[in-house]
Design a protein around this ligand. Structure first.
Ligand SMILES: O=P(O)(O)OC[C@H]1O[C@@H](O)[C@H](O)[C@@H](O)[C@@H]1O
Length: 289
């Protein structure tokens, strides 16, 4: 992995680099954090605030190759979440090459703006659309996805910020805020249930209908990851469990014991009026106790 400086000042530095054979990306070093971003997928791969261990999990067996989604970090599921007709899982945004629009480094954070636009990208979603992402990486991390319908008829999208969080083990983690919320269980097909989630060991695949902040409490690492959503209506909590993970070529052996996905999502169709920008986002904070 060779790299060269794109931007540097007294607060931090951003290098351009290559992941795998040919995936272009950014290495970020700031007084408050380190991070990696792939332009393929417009995907934040890692973010590690100073004096904390890594927050985002990235598989050691991720395939950094065009046509494949990168396993880990925060893949963007868009313009659909989950399977859609015969279009495959999670839409196409995570397999597009995004453009780097700007970098700004100040004492608090590194701000990176990425963008992508396309038309007739997929037969199931031939519309003209533009995406923009604002990534503010410092002591906390704020991600905003802007979406614009660049055509002249109303569209619907669904999507998720599919964050893979590093944990000591999923069985050591709870997300108490979700306990009273109704959820749809994607494994059993049952909808609208409530039940205590005692831990996050997989197989687990639930769509919670809850639009407020959640906290992942890792009892072993004594760490809390708080996620504050913006304009999302659901949380998806996913861990494949061992039997499924062993069939996934891009999850390294035992990797399923290292992460829990907690995804700020709009899992059901949301209006995308012509010519207007809409957003979804999240802010991630870490604390140790
Ligand atoms: O393997 P993919 O396409 O990245 O999807 C991973 C998982 O993503 C989650 O969001 C879904 O709820 C799961 O059903 C899915 O298995």
């Amino acid at each position: 992995m060779s790299s060269s400086i794109l931007f540097a000042n007294q607060f931090g530095q951003v290098d351009k680099t290559t992941f795998g054979e040919a995936i272009r990306g950014l290495l970020i070093k700031h007084q408050y954090c380190q991070a990696k971003i792939s332009l393929y997928g417009g995907q934040v791969l890692t973010w590690q605030p100073e004096e904390h261990q890594a927050v985002l999990w990235l598989s050691q067996d991720s395939e950094f190759s065009p046509g494949k989604a990168i396993r880990g970090g925060i893949p963007l599921c868009w313009p659909w979440f989950g399977p859609y007709k015969d279009g495959g899982n999670h839409g196409f945004a995570r397999q597009q090459v995004w453009q780097l629009d700007s970098i700004d480094v100040d004492k608090d954070a590194v701000t990176v703006i990425l963008s992508w636009h396309g038309e007739k990208v997929h037969p199931l979603w031939p519309a003209a659309c533009e995406l923009r992402q604002e990534l503010v990486l410092g002591k906390e991390f704020k991600q905003t996805l802007y979406m614009k319908n660049a055509g002249d008829i109303e569209l619907e999208y669904s999507g998720a910020l599919h964050s893979y969080f590093c944990v000591s083990a999923p069985e050591n983690v709870d997300i108490k805020a979700l306990n009273p919320a109704k959820f749809d269980d994607k494994l059993t097909g049952e909808k609208g249930q409530t039940a205590i989630l005692p831990h996050c060991r997989g197989p687990l695949d639930r769509v919670y209908h809850y639009d407020k902040a959640v906290q992942l409490v890792d009892r072993h690492w004594q760490r809390t990851i708080e996620i504050l959503p913006e304009n999302t209506r659901q949380w998806v909590v996913w861990n494949p469990g061992t039997a499924t993970a062993e069939k996934m070529s891009d999850v390294h052996r035992g990797g399923e014991h290292e992460f829990v996905c907690v995804e700020a999502a709009n899992s059901q169709g949301q209006k995308l009026p012509p010519g207007r920008w809409v957003t979804m986002g999240q802010t991630i904070r870490v604390s140790e106790h």
